[in-house]
Design a protein around this ligand. Structure first.
Ligand SMILES: Cc1ncc(COP(=O)(O)O)c(C=O)c1O
Length: 388
């Protein structure tokens, strides 16, 4: 089949610019080099034992068949109850849709709200796939350049300033990838009020909730009952490969997305749903909280080490497991710099190019999804590189 046959829609999708770098990092691993991996967007911990045990039990039982498109009733109910336990928010299970990862949820949320040609406002830098989902739906991302002056997040003021007749709504991610920045509750309320006043919709990606350090993030649902909320078992619950997430929204919006999910996915992965029920058990939450504390220690070590070496980090990331460091004292092209960091010092880190249209060449994202000893070694190698 020749490439001219492929749809313009498919051809418009960008690949990750960093893919070649990741491939090279794996090659260097295979060649026996000791590569320090700080590029990954997933926790380095194994699936928590109670979750794995629940999956084994489900396999033993043997009935791994399709489920309802919105997820098995016990899981929808358990997620709803989690909102009561964690945030003090009362939800019925009819407001929860279980999805194949937050990725499935993002596709459904945008398919629900993004009319052809309309735009969703989002912070730049941000998670790159959002713009691609919108492209696939023949809608567009409206990227708004943010920097340290607003803690790399949109504000109500920025939303108002950039809103135009094409804007359908706003997507926030809090904590965000790649910056780890959190929208404070009062700003979240102000953004929600502004979006509603302007007649738009609000989607909030709360995927990194649970992975905040020294405080718990508040859900947007505390200030906006009509928002669509995305979440996932990938990050706090450490279940990336299980491909399971959820959306919370108004019951009629959830039913509409379920209709699309029936057609697109038939059901979220059954085994993962059965396993995920165990993720809410106290012994699992204890494991996740220990991991969160470990991430917090790694963050502190990495932030202080990078700062000493001349990287700019205006505010330490409040959540997720990334440090988006300003490397402009060290290079004027972070993409080239990351390549030589890999080839010469065997550290894999992600250049800003995939996250941003603006200032990308200044930034490098370091993931602290590797142990303290590896972070220390990375800082030693960086020191040698920078100080000679
Ligand atoms: C901000 C953000 N949203 C969504 C996703 C997709 O996550 P999932 O594994 O739940 O599909 C990611 C993955 O890294 C992410 O960083």
């Amino acid at each position: 089949m020749s490439a001219e046959k492929w749809s313009a829609r498919a051809r418009a999708i960008d690949s990750f610019k960093v893919m070649d770098l990741l491939k090279r990092a794996r090659e260097l691993d295979d060649l026996g080099f000791d590569v320090i991996h700080m590029e990954a967007g997933e926790p380095d911990f194994a699936t928590a034992a109670p979750v794995a045990a629940a999956a084994h039990a489900a396999i033993e039982e043997g009935r791994i068949q399709y489920t309802p498109a919105g997820g098995i009733a016990p899981l929808r109910e358990r997620i709803a109850r989690y909102y009561a336990e964690r945030y003090g928010i009362d939800l019925g299970p009819e407001r929860v849709l279980v999805t194949p990862g937050a990725s499935g949820g993002l596709l459904l949320a945008f398919a629900l709200l993004a009319e052809q040609g309309r735009r969703f406002m989002m912070a730049d830098p941000g998670y790159p796939c959002n713009a691609q989902f919108l492209r696939l739906l023949e809608a567009r991302a409206q990227r708004v350049r943010v920097d340290a002056s607003t803690n790399f997040q949109l504000t109500a003021e920025l939303v108002r300033e950039h809103w135009d007749e094409q804007t359908a709504g706003v997507l926030l991610a809090s904590p965000a990838n790649p910056t780890g920045a959190v929208v404070p509750p009062d700003e979240m309320a102000a953004i929600s009020a502004t979006v509603r006043e302007l007649g738009g919709e609000l989607i909030v990606d709360e995927l990194y909730h649970g992975l905040t350090y020294g405080f718990d993030a508040e859900t947007v649902l505390a200030v906006d009952d009509q928002a669509l909320v995305l979440n996932s078992f990938s990050k706090y619950f450490g279940m990336t490969g299980w491909r399971l997430g959820w959306v919370v929204g108004p019951a009629d919006a959830v039913a509409e997305m379920e209709k699309m999910a029936q057609n697109l996915f038939i059901s979220p992965p059954t085994l993962s749903q059965r396993a995920a029920l165990a993720a809410f058990e106290p012994e699992s939450i204890e494991i996740f909280e220990q991991r969160r504390a470990e991430f917090g220690r790694r963050r502190d070590l990495l932030v202080s080490g990078l700062r000493e070496l001349g990287f700019g980090i205006a505010t330490p990331p409040q959540g997720a497991f990334y440090v988006y460091a300003d490397a402009s004292e060290l290079t004027d092209d972070s993409f080239v710099w990351c390549w030589s960091l890999l080839e010469e010092d065997k550290i894999a880190a992600t250049p800003g190019a995939d996250f941003s249209r603006f200032d990308a060449e200044r930034y490098v994202r370091f993931s602290y999804t590797t142990g303290m000893d590896r972070i220390e070694l990375a800082l030693e190698r960086l020191a040698r590189r920078i100080r000679g």
